[in-house]
Design a protein around this ligand. Structure first.
Ligand code: NAP
Length: 271
């Protein structure tokens, strides 16, 4: 699995990770098997949030990562309503307990809060000093808000911005991805497979993804993931509750799209 740097001087992490939204609704045994298979295949960036299943997904991960914690780069998120200074610290400690770990590798503000961002930043920095988190970042921030946070926190503090990005939602390419690149911030693409709303083969886009995949010996989902990874500061976190899906997504790791493949996809899926 190839790695990418999280932020300017941050750690190198797997370019393809694993999302966990709604994982508590899947068959528990199968979901845990899928996660383990993903870790085996190098999909070691595991993304969760206190929001998911109201803590149930973090609890599931606590169980699933028993004995495997040091193999993963574990990310969670604080809810904007909890993002006061004291609230962020308390939310992090509750997440750590559910996840059965003493630290998070990455802690994100789930979306912009009405509470003062300076207080959230101060809490993130305190958690870092206490060793409870290694890095912090944002999620669902537009370019303007992102610049504001960097102004307040200083350069090199924000590790990533996690936003929705997939073939049918190329909005981030206009401003957010270039702004992140300029500021030395990674862009973590959530819902990189369209949250299950993936172009099917009856549609021209679905057929194109399938045909490109056939030429490379992979499925359409791997093609879609690799297409997003053509920007060097982008990472992806597809969620899959079955081993077969995880294995298919992992095949994006060794996939090299040609310039013609990329041009066809760019033309088909207009931003
Ligand atoms: N920061 C935020 O606000 C935010 C918002 C949304 C999501 N996220 C994060 O991003 C992660 C990924 O996004 P997402 O869960 O919304 O959607 P996604 O990863 O785009 O899509 C997940 C869906 O695609 C299916 N799938 C996965 N691999 C497949 C394959 N190879 N072939 C066919 N179907 C496949 C899954 O089915 P199965 O489950 O049946 O395998 C599931 O229905 C989330 O889990 C979460 O961690 C963050």
């Amino acid at each position: 699995m190839q790695t990418r740097t999280l932020g300017r001087d941050g750690p190198s992490i797997a370019e393809i990770g694993q999302g966990t939204w709604a994982l508590e609704q899947a068959d528990r045994t199968q979901a845990i098997r899928a996660l383990h298979r993903g870790i085996e295949l190098g999909l070691t960036h595991v993304d969760t949030a206190e929001l998911y299943g109201r803590g149930a997904v973090e609890e599931l991960l606590g169980e699933a990562l028993e004995g495997k914690r040091d193999q993963v780069f574990l990310a969670s998120k604080v809810l904007p309503t909890n993002a006061s200074h004291a609230g962020t610290v308390a939310a992090c400690e509750a997440s750590l307990k559910r996840l059965r770990t003493d630290h998070l590798d990455l802690y994100l503000l789930h979306w912009a809060s009405e509470l003062p961002i300076a207080d959230t930043i101060a809490a993130f920095e305190q958690l870092k000093q206490e060793g409870k988190i290694r890095h912090w970042g944002l999620s669902n921030f537009d370019a303007r808000r992102l610049r504001r946070v960097v102004e307040i926190a200083g350069a090199g503090k924000v590790a990533c911005n996690q936003v929705g990005y997939h073939v049918r939602e190329r909005g981030p390419e206009r401003e957010v991805i270039p702004t992140c690149a300029e500021l030395g911030i990674a862009l973590v693409a959530y819902s990189p497979l369209g949250q299950g709303n993936f172009p099917g083969t009856p549609s021209p886009g679905g057929r194109l993804l399938r045909d490109i995949g056939k030429r490379h010996g992979v499925g359409p989902h791997a093609v879609a993931l690799r297409f997003l990874l053509r920007f060097p500061n982008v990472l992806v976190i597809p969620k899959a509750a079955s081993r077969a899906h995880v294995e298919e997504n992992a095949r994006a790791a060794d996939l090299a799209l040609t310039a013609e493949d990329v041009a066809q996809l760019e033309e088909m899926f207009l931003p």
